[in-house]
Design a protein around this ligand. Structure first.
Ligand SMILES: [Zn+2]
Length: 277
């Protein structure tokens, strides 16, 4: 199984020379199985680059199928949707899965993003591809051909997100972005979801000193990502959802310190890189 990070940045895209190595696009992770099946996690600005690869193959001919799991609908996780060109090609079939939201349906939230005030697309109905928006209960298995996808709700400040465990080829990757665990640590439900995974992709937005000022914002410190990896018995940890304040040089430094503090091998997720799981 391969994991490719198309967007690793949290909250706000960061173009500019100081962010080139780790990358400045917001959340988008592609998981590919040896069978050729793929699943996309989130629709941040990173999907614009994935779109180019897909359009050069079957999606450019209207023969592509793609399941997308949305962790949540904060703007850095959906901002790439209006620019995801496979949606403009008749014949493609794209299915967005997310959890039920409070106060509005998932489809309404995505529709609002395309209203004429924000976008010249004027609504999901104007996308030529077959688009299905499906809401499912977090805590259950979600359908994606070629994978087993288990989900669980995870705390994200005043709201919650979907954490997922994706299994194929006898390997598992767990994606836990935009989470802030309780002070006593990761919950038993999330521990169960992530237990003994081959790769844990975990929010690590803040350095420890930043976290003292930003506790309660819904993101993790690098130390709490490491603590979670230890608690669940992860074999490897990818630090993810990098702060827009973290330049390449700063991230190098943070990762070096983190690696010394962790007995779980770790790295910082890097845009455009394939990780074999
Ligand atoms: Zn985010």
């Amino acid at each position: 199984m391969k994991v490719r990070f198309w967007g690793v940045r949290g909250s706000c895209a960061t173009p500019g020379g100081r962010y080139l190595r780790y990358g400045g696009n917001t959340t988008a992770i592609e998981v590919r199985a040896a069978s050729g099946h793929r699943i996309l996690i989130d629709l941040g600005t990173g999907v614009t680059e994935l779109a180019k690869e897909l359009m050069a193959a079957e999606f450019g001919q209207g023969r592509g199928e793609l399941p997308v799991l949305l962790t949540h609908t904060h703007v850095d996780h959906i901002q790439g949707l209006p620019f995801f060109t496979p949606l403009f090609i008749r014949g493609n079939s794209i299915r967005i899965m997310g959890r039920e939201l409070e106060g509005a349906s998932l489809k309404e939230v995505l529709q609002d993003q395309l209203n004429g005030h924000y976008s010249p697309l004027y609504g999901l109905e104007n996308l030529a591809a077959g688009l299905e928006v499906q809401t499912l209960r977090a805590g259950s298995s979600w359908p994606a051909e070629g994978f087993e996808v288990k989900t669980q709700l995870a705390p994200h400040g005043s709201t919650s997100v979907v954490a997922c465990r994706i299994t194929a080829d006898g390997k598992s990757v767990v994606i836990m972005t935009d989470v802030e665990h309780a002070p006593e640590g990761i919950s038993s439900e999330l521990t169960e979801l992530a237990r003994d995974c081959d790769l844990l992709v975990h929010d690590a937005m803040f350095s420890d000193s930043e976290y003292t000022l930003r506790a309660g914002w819904g993101h993790s410190s690098i130390s709490s990502a490491i603590a979670a990896a230890h608690a669940v018995g992860a074999k490897r940890l990818a630090l993810f959802h990098h702060s827009p304040d973290s330049s390449d040089d700063r991230l190098d430094m943070l990762v070096q310190d983190a690696a010394e503090a962790s007995s779980v091998p770790l790295f910082a997720a890097q845009e455009g890189h394939d990780v074999t799981v």
